[in-house]
Design a protein around this ligand. Structure first.
Ligand SMILES: [Zn+2]
Length: 155
């Protein structure tokens, strides 16, 4: 799913879960649950292995990353007394996607250098069984739901 949606979800969890020991794993679990729902992805023949370095992937990823940073910053400014919780929620909810960054920077060769890295990426790719353009509908509905729930938390 788009990182922005993971971040909005992590923000909501940070605002609503008081115990950080419960918050952190719940935020990570929210990522896996969202990635298991049908979500947006570029059309790509199944025969072509993703390299995570395609220009479209990098461009969308950069915009998504910028929106995620802006959302996190905005949330910390709106709810400064919950900023610590928001950051735990956001980092937890984004964590599985941040594990792709070394591949983007160093290419897939890095997968062989770190024990368990390939297996973890395989798992994270496998649970995303539906990643196609129509999944944008889920992304928009989820973003709308999160923004509505967040608006109800406004001070
Ligand atoms: Zn993911």
């Amino acid at each position: 799913m788009l990182l922005t949606n993971h971040v909005l979800t992590g923000t909501l969890l940070g605002l609503t879960i008081d115990n950080p020991v419960v918050l952190a794993p719940t935020a990570v679990a929210s990522h896996l649950a969202l990635d298991m729902t049908p979500h947006f992805g570029f059309d790509r023949p199944p025969s072509i292995e993703p390299t995570f370095r395609e220009p479209a992937f990098i461009i969308l990823g950069s915009l998504d990353f910028a929106a995620s940073l802006a959302a996190t910053l905005g949330a910390c400014l709106i709810w400064p007394h919950r900023a610590g919780h928001i950051l735990i929620g956001v980092v937890g909810a984004a964590l599985p996607d941040l594990t792709y960054i070394p591949i983007i920077v160093f290419s897939k060769r890095i997968l062989k250098l770190i024990p368990g890295y390939q297996a973890m990426i395989d798992f994270l790719v496998r649970i995303q069984w539906y990643e196609k353009p129509p999944g944008l509908i889920t992304e928009i509905i989820w973003a709308g739901l999160m923004l509505w729930l967040l608006s109800r938390q406004l001070p």
